[in-house]
Write a protein that binds this ligand. Sequence first.
Ligand code: TRP
Length: 334
Amino acid sequence: MIDGNKVLFSGMQATGNLTLGNYLGALKNWVTLSDEYQCFYSVVDLHSITVRQDPAELRKRARNLLTLYIAAGLDPEKNCIYYQSHVSGHAELAWILNCFTYMGELNRMTQYKDKAAKHADNINAGLFTYPVLMAADILLYQADVVPVGKDQMQHLEITRDIAQRFNAIYGDVFTIPEPYIGKSGASIKSLQNPDKKMSKSDENPNGSIYLMDDEDTIMRKFKRAVTDSEGCVRYNEEQAGIHNLIDIYCACTGKMPQEVEHEFDGRGYGDFKTAVGEAVVSILKPLQARFEELSKDKGYIDGIIKANAEKAGYYASKTLRKVQKKVGFPEKIR
Ligand code: TRP
């Protein structure tokens, strides 16, 4: 609890370009959640170097992501928006938690197995202990809830296991975090392969709408979106492509699927795709404009980076000091 509010933690990596899926599935809902919780939204750059990065590129992307959080409507006075690397407590707690995590547990992580297969030339220890760093992120702020997608659920479970194990030895040190399953974000699929999640690491750029795509690109990608030969706009599992387009349309307009079926009754896919494209443009255009405007204001963004790193650091060191004491580290002489 901070000031009577429950604490929420989440983070995103600044690798790849954010997609409409990241926005509708996560970022947009973060804004709603910030009314209800004391939120920490981190740009998790420590996580990013588990895969080799170009340093200048990483720095640029991280700043863009942080700016985008604000452009999306997260108030940086209310929400703690900061770089993970600016709060050393993440790495310090991760080390301690490493000593409370079993190899066998980490071996079961499906994301590790996937990433190890994808980066066979660089299977580093950081990739293996990635979930422990994620546990540290969450536990450092005594988070009550963590909004995560399905792909991160296993990491949240191991976080809970580590926290419970630690608490069982040392008493109630960590809050046990729950997954946030609320009016959760839409799960947006690839426009080219609607069985797969829309992903920023997709090799086919036509499968994803990137948040910085211009109007023409957006309209073109929707025109090319994979559908089916049914020829009617119906919301059912068999028509995966149309189902996804309806989800996108609903997420952008606030309409219900049934209304959309009705609206496009007897009309072709061409019409529908145009409408979905336009709905997306009408959401992304203002977001892009706000992003451009904020990007130009270096002093303002720098001020937020500084203030929020201090704020996050304050809460982080409270937990860290408690943990250090519990495990038997000597107190600092001041
Ligand atoms: N691993 C998450 C991802 O790639 C990002 C992340 C890092 C995160 N730490 C977190 C998400 C803590 C939620 C809570 O999507």
